[in-house]
Design a protein around this ligand. Structure first.
Ligand code: PRP
Length: 209
């Protein structure tokens, strides 16, 4: 049976690391590497959907894709009903609290810390766990601007190389979680298409050193 499997992949940084991983697993990546604005690529045996990283788990959860590649940061921010079978070890970064060098962190008892972030749930959980009172301010990007302009005292954000923090005079104040990209699967799709999906997951697992 040559049933096609649909895999949702994130456009951007992680895709560059994903292509060699797919190649190592024997996956034909020509559809992914061609210059194109097409959002559906390839076909049989593997069809790719190119998505914003945050949308990948949504497509997989609803069964519009059988598989997806997503950062653990996205899965930490929102709960999805997904099976997460393979940690690819790519897209490595961390979620951290950052602020100005010398920032008063943790704040004095009773003070409310203002936190800017793209990860309001991660931030709320983290500070609640630390017993700190916070006001979480949601921003879409360029999060590092927040402490520089007085919008917030600290940020909760992704740190990969640390270059964005460095160039903006900020430092990590506390680590929250290590992040990497994982393959997630739709629970029903996994059962229904096991014959096609299981060998692909095994091949991807075999590329992890
Ligand atoms: C992410 C993140 C940091 C930066 C970290 O932003 O929010 O700003 O990358 O990477 P670094 O430690 O290697 O410098 P992204 O590039 O996704 O842009 P954004 O500001 O639009 O969210």
């Amino acid at each position: 049976m040559n049933e096609s499997v649909t895999m949702a992949v994130p456009k951007g940084r992680v895709l560059e690391q994903l292509v060699p991983r797919f190649e190592a697993a024997g996956v034909d990546v020509s559809a992914l590497t061609m210059r194109s604005r097409k959002l559906i690529r390839g076909g049989t045996p593997l069809r790719f959907l190119l998505l914003k990283p945050d949308d990948v788990p949504t497509y997989v959860e609803y069964g519009a894709a059988d598989l997806g590649v997503v950062g653990r940061d996205v899965l930490l921010e929102r709960a999805y009903d997904l099976y997460a079978p393979v940690d690819l070890g790519i897209g490595r970064c961390r979620l951290a609290v950052a602020g100005m060098n010398g920032a008063a962190y943790p704040p004095k008892a009773g003070e409310v810390l203002r936190v800017a972030t793209k990860f309001p749930n991660v931030a709320s959980r983290h500070f609640a766990g630390r017993g700190l009172r916070v006001e979480v301010i949601f921003v879409q990007g360029s999060v590092e601007l927040a402490p520089l302009t007085g919008l917030a005292d600290v940020i909760v954000d992704i740190v990969e190389t640390g270059e964005t923090l460095r160039q903006n005079g900020l430092v990590v104040l506390e680590d929250i979680a290590h992040v990497s990209s994982v393959v997630v699967a739709n629970r029903v799709g996994l059962k229904r298409k096991r014959a096609a999906i299981a060998p692909l997951l095994d091949a991807l697992r075999a590329t992890i050193h």
